[in-house]
Ligand binder design. Structure first.
Ligand code: HSE
Length: 414
């Protein structure tokens, strides 16, 4: 079967490479040869082994009846959305790694695919090379999924790991992640948690069987995390990770993306570098953890090509449709409950401690010997709602004994 690739970037070129390299075993598994017939990109790649296949003319792809499957690795919404719809109208299946497009326009695109009798598959959109979309929608289909907790962004996990292990700065670690092809074109999406947010929205939509809108998920990134935060976490026998959580609460869904303090006994604490891990809790299976390389050329290409093989083998249309609920299906963020690590810089430590206890009641202090920081108090709070927490933090900020609330980082339950 012939396919075309839209976008010859990190993932697109990886797809061509995997198909070239493993063509025989892919053919054995798919039951027929899979050939890349065209690659659409507006750039020139004179030194690429695929240069003969590259075209700038979309009609050579969409107008070619021999091309049955389109791999969309353009990313973003604009052109990627337009070409995805164009492929569906031309009766072509689409496989993508584009989490932004799936998270934002999944309901419409899945419906158009189904109406046109073709598939829209996106295994590579979450967790890079880790199989998670298909296990969640098929292998765990007998379960009621109660929750998902995961590290879903390779770039930020790589940055946090490098900072902690090598005492290196945030920006050096980021440059390194970009060099390795892990980061998004604009790394803000990684660093500020948007990429993780889109991924947890996709997983939640599958797990809870209705569309979870990423714009409704409270999202914070890691740009405010410092080495000092990591040292306090270490003093708590913990590490800091960017964690996505999502769970069913009654008939609503709670989801959040934020840096959290993770105790070293938690299975996610040991997930390092570019690796991702996703813990799925189901009523029949209990907890199942999926672990592997969450970003990078070949791991992501591996997931894309697996979707292509699936279509070639089964050649049937997507049955999945994500319904949007008419009423709000999200738990308001302010109602969710959390405990936190709070760092304050004090004008006077004794007065500040008394004020902290006036506001929070009894707290547990965390002490860490951090060079250059001697005016701070760090403590962990009891669990409380987010609204309650932000009111109390507001009160602390207004106190004379306190110079500044330096950081507030949530604590993940074991
Ligand atoms: N920028 C993403 C990450 C790529 O670092 O996880 C894989 O989705």
């Amino acid at each position: 079967m012939d396919i075309a690739i839209l976008g010859y970037g990190v993932v697109g070129s990886g797809v061509a490479e995997v198909i070239r390299k493993n063509s025989r075993s892919i053919a054995d598994r798919a039951g027929e040869q899979i050939r890349v017939r065209k690659i659409l990109d507006i750039r020139d790649f004179p030194d690429s082994p695929d240069r003969e296949l590259i075209t700038k003319d979309p009609e050579e792809v969409f107008g070619d009846p021999e091309i049955k499957i389109i791999v969309e690795t353009i990313g973003g919404i604009g052109v990627a959305q337009e070409y995805t719809k164009r492929a569906f109208s031309a009766g072509k299946h689409v496989v993508t790694s584009n989490k932004e497009l799936v998270a934002v326009h999944g309901p419409e695109l899945l419906k158009i695919a189904a109406d046109n009798g073709v598939s829209y598959l996106f295994e590579a959109s979450v967790g890079g090379g880790i199989p998670i979309i298909r296990p969640l929608s098929q292998c765990l289909a007998a379960n009621i999924i109660n929750g998902i907790t995961g590290i879903l962004n390779g770039t930020t996990n790589y940055i946090l790991t490098k900072m902690r292990r090598e005492n290196c700065s945030f920006s050096d670690a980021l440059v390194n992640a970009q060099k390795n092809g892990y980061a998004e074109a604009d790394p803000t999406a990684d660093v500020e948690g948007h990429d993780t947010c889109r991924k947890i929205a996709i997983l939640s939509s599958i797990a809870f069987n209705e569309y979870v809108d990423c714009s409704r998920i409270h999202t914070e990134g890691i740009s405010r995390i410092t080495l000092a935060d990591m040292m306090y976490a270490e003093a708590m026998d913990s590490v800091i990770k960017l964690i996505a959580v999502s769970r069913r609460e009654g008939d609503r869904v709670f989801a959040r993306v934020s840096p959290v303090v993770v105790n070293k006994e938690h299975p996610l604490a040991g997930v390092e570098d570019v690796f991702n891990a996703i813990v799925v809790s189901g009523d029949a299976i209990g907890d199942a953890m999926f672990y592997g390389r969450g970003a990078g050329k070949l791991p992501t290409a591996s997931a894309v090509v697996a979707d292509v093989i699936d279509i070639v083998k089964h050649n049937e249309s997507t049955k999945t449709v994500w319904q949007r609920r008419d009423t709000d299906n999200m738990v308001p963020f302010g109602e969710s409950v959390t405990g936190c690590l709070v760092r304050v810089a004090a004008r006077n430590k004794n007065e500040a401690a008394a004020d902290i206890e006036k506001v929070f009641g009894r707290v547990e202090y965390v002490s860490a010997d951090i060079k250059g920081i001697d005016d701070e108090l760090a403590f962990t709070t009891a669990k409380m709602t987010e609204s309650n927490l932000s009111e109390r933090i507001g009160e602390l900020k207004s106190m004379r004994s306190i110079k500044e609330v330096v950081n507030v980082i949530r604590i993940l339950e074991l």
